[in-house]
Design a binder for this molecule. Sequence first.
Ligand SMILES: Cc1ncc(COP(=O)(O)O)c(C=O)c1O
Length: 369
Amino acid sequence: MSVEMSKPVPRPGILDIAAYVPGKEHAAGVTRVYKLSSNETPLGASPKAIEAFKAAAGNLERYPDGQALELREAIASVHGLNPANILCGNGSDELLGLLCHVYLGPGDEGIITEHGFLVYKIQIMGAGATPVVVKEKNHTVDVDAILAAVTDKTKIVFIANPGNPTGTYIPVSEIRRLQAGLPKHVVLVLDAAYAEYVRRNDYESGIEVVSSNANVVMTRTFSKAYGLAALRVGWMYAPVEIIDALNRVRGPFNMNAPAIAAGAAAIRDQSFIQEAVSFNQMWIEKLTNALEAIGLKVTPSVANFVLIHFPETDGKRAADADEFLTSRGYILRAVRSYGFPNSLRMSVGPEEANHGVIEALGEFMGRKA
Ligand SMILES: Cc1ncc(COP(=O)(O)O)c(C=O)c1O
């Protein structure tokens, strides 16, 4: 007979997990606030997606399609894929969790990188497994460090490409080298949440690598360039065996009907995305140049945010800048929990907010420390 407890007790390890803290939203006493802390798009969603969302309101009494076929077919047709290789999730976060639930258990290890997205660690620990953290090089995923950390307990490797909060990427040649160096039973997760924004010839989101290997999956999201963060729409491109395993444990109606309808309409509207990407490209360059011109260091970014590093001087640190910006209504993201105690991450925002932050940081840096 098992020992009786006075109250329910979570599995070992669950209470060791530090819960995810989302980006701040409010600034006390400031009426006009710009939230630049969650990498949301300043351009909203496609009008076609909004229309589809509204139309879905007419049928709220009905269960959604548990296979999310309309959305999977729309994604498949835009990306030239087979819908059988696509699984949709309540945000890509859900898919990251399902992968851990299915492929990890106590005694297993999941490899993540030094500045990797925090959800990986949470989900690895949630599955009762052990996160193994490897160093990055120049704020960039280091394939050799990952391969050196593989043991016979390794079951999964997570990399974000581009990375969050770094905004850096590794080229497809490095992804191939990573896949080739991993044992065939280790699942390699390529989290391409920011893929739409990348404009580099040597970048590939993962489609080609997934197509030619049985142990690689790519996750994507509609929360960033597509502007549907509120609806929670993510998808995964993966071998059918992996999709089949995840389908056995996911909620039968994990995607809600308005999300399916809006997601399908959003991905069909590629001209909207092209505009969003051009706007972002212009602002990533402008922000990087302007911030460097006022004496700050910025990690080169291919995504929709920049990681800004502050001086080690008293009064000029990231925490001081955070306070200064917040009092003016600009909310950036503190990234201490990502291993950057003296940096802030800023999402590309609307024009006036981007100008406002540049101006405010100019003033901040010019101040006497
Ligand atoms: C690297 C990375 N992966 C995944 C996600 C989660 O996206 P979703 O909104 O689809 O759950 C984010 C969101 O911030 C992210 O930055």
